[in-house]
Design a protein. Structure first.
Length: 491
């Protein structure tokens, strides 16, 4: 099977799993937005941001370290020791701070929300952190052993349990925010247990290895700082909104983020499946300049842009209609953040694809400085944009910081692994489509005039044709896809 087909196959399967995982938020959206106010939605998003921060600090970079030493270990026994040692460290590191913070749940609630009434919400959210992180680490086993369908089964289970529990607790029993965090706790706990019994327990060698522990902690410790910078760059703006504005604004920003998830699904699927193929091609190619690897990276980037930008443009152009249909009028204002967040995700994934030169050349240190630049940009700009433009300002700083991240990582990667490609065509293509995506929601919301579906469809058709006009994707690709489809239909 060719590398493109292998990437496509794994991306499709991982994408299915990612869709199942992320689809939880989409399934719950029409229920939660009718049962919860924007401010209550803001509470959920704030708790998710806090949980992410605690996970980063006390995660010790173990996920990255586990992956590195799993593949270095040369026997199944040693691999099992790596996995078991990693899980033990993860649990100890996560449960200790949670157990310390639990008695102060009321205080945390008061600090964050000016009310001690959310103490139980805080407590359950805190207890979910170690369970969720252990489940995440455990799910890596499916990727390491390329058990993509088993991975999908576990995510499917969570995609069923979480919405059912959420609707029951939030909508039927009307437990509000407490019901929402409780449903997450329940679904994580059940899938963690099932994943362990179903597959993971067979792979652990239950011997704690101090040798592997020292190696993983040494490797993972610097990743804590990278994780903090990632947190600052991606989600710290919630606390700016909380400080300068209201929980309602965080709720609107959160809804905008939910509608940007289709791009994160595409990104997750490609990220999960591509790294193994990239590394394999680079290692197996004998020519020093690696022309096939370079051509492959460029082709993947162009095709990714064509797909992701088309999806982002569709969601943005029809955002007013989508948000109004799925949620309630209270949340329609969130459409102003949607295009910025969608295209931010595209920039971030473009950085990962075009910045692969640093990974292939085993130069990981630049990532810290690149992320520091992006996080510093986001953090600094938030002081101006959030007080003046609220959640929309936070969305703007997000895309601006990702522009910085992309440009620096692209330049740095080109220095160590030069790939001759046309940079200006995809840049112009990106800017044209971003402009179209921003225009429609801003015009409709600010003017109060609904643009006709005919005009929106025409704009979308223009977006779909641009990759061919700029010759980033050739017509032969469409022809081949059509011919393959017809052959399968004919039998």
């Amino acid at each position: 099977m060719s590398n493109i087909r292998t990437l496509g196959k794994d991306t499709l399967i991982y994408g299915l799993g990612s869709v199942l995982q992320k689809f939880i938020g989409v399934i719950l959206l029409p229920f939660y937005t009718r049962a919860l106010s924007p401010s209550e939605y803001g509470i959920l998003d704030t708790l998710a941001t806090l949980s992410f921060f605690i996970s980063v600090i006390f995660g010790f970079g173990l996920e990255g370290a586990t992956g590195r030493y799993f593949f270095i270990a040369d026997t199944d026994i040693e691999k099992g020791k790596v996995l078991y040692t990693s899980v033990i460290i993860k649990n100890v590191a996560n449960w200790l701070p949670v157990l310390f913070l639990l008695p102060f749940s009321s205080n945390i609630s008061q600090i964050l929300f000016d009310s001690s009434g959310y103490s139980w919400v805080i407590a359950i959210a805190l207890m979910t952190i170690p369970l969720s992180n252990t489940a995440s680490l455990q799910n890596l086993l499916f990727r390491y052993y390329r058990e993509v369908w088993k991975f999908t089964v576990i995510l499917l289970l969570r995609a069923i349990i979480n919405p059912l529990a959420g609707v029951l607790l939030v909508v039927v029993f009307k437990f509000g925010v407490l019901g929402a965090v409780s449903s997450t706790f329940i679904s994580v706990l059940i899938t963690l247990i099932v994943g362990y019994l179903y597959y993971a327990r067979k792979k652990y060698i239950k011997q704690f290895s101090w040798m592997w522990a020292k190696k993983m902690l040494k490797f993972g410790f610097p990743l804590i700082f990278t994780g903090i910078l990632s947190w600052v760059n991606s989600v710290s703006d919630r606390f700016f909104i909380l400080h300068y504005s209201t929980l309602d604004q965080i709720g609107l920003f959160s809804i905008g983020g939910t509608f940007s998830q289709p791009i994160t699904l595409i990104n997750m699927a490609i990220s999960m499946s591509s790294i193994v193929i990239f590394m394999s091609m680079y290692s197996e190619e004998k020519e020093e300049e690696k022309p096939k690897t370079k051509a492959f990276l460029t082709k993947i980037w162009y095709r990714y842009l064509a797909i992701a930008i088309s999806v982002a443009a569709f969601i943005s152009v029809f955002s007013y209609d989508l948000v109004k249909f799925i949620t309630t009028p209270d949340y329609v204002g969130s459409i102003l953040a949607i295009p910025f967040l969608l295209f931010s995700h595209i920039l971030f994934m473009s950085s990962e694809i075009t910045g692969n030169g640093m990974t292939l050349k085993e130069q990981s240190k630049p990532y810290f400085w690149i992320l520091l630049s992006a996080a510093g940009t986001n953090f600094g700009l938030n002081f101006y944009f959030v007080p003046n433009f609220g959640f929309v300002g936070a969305a703007i700083t997000t895309i601006m910081s990702n522009v910085v991240y992309f440009l620096i990582s692209y330049y740095w990667s080109q220095k160590v692994f030069y790939i001759k490609r046309n940079f200006f065509k995809p840049a112009i293509y990106f800017l044209i489509c971003l402009s179209i995506a921003i225009f429609f929601p801003f015009y409709e919301l600010k003017s109060g005039v609904n643009i006709s579906y005919l005009v929106k469809t025409a704009a979308l058709i223009l977006v779909l044709t641009l990759p061919f006009i700029f010759k980033m994707v050739d017509y032969g690709l469409i022809t081949n896809l059509y011919n393959n489809l017809m052959q399968k239909i004919k039998g």
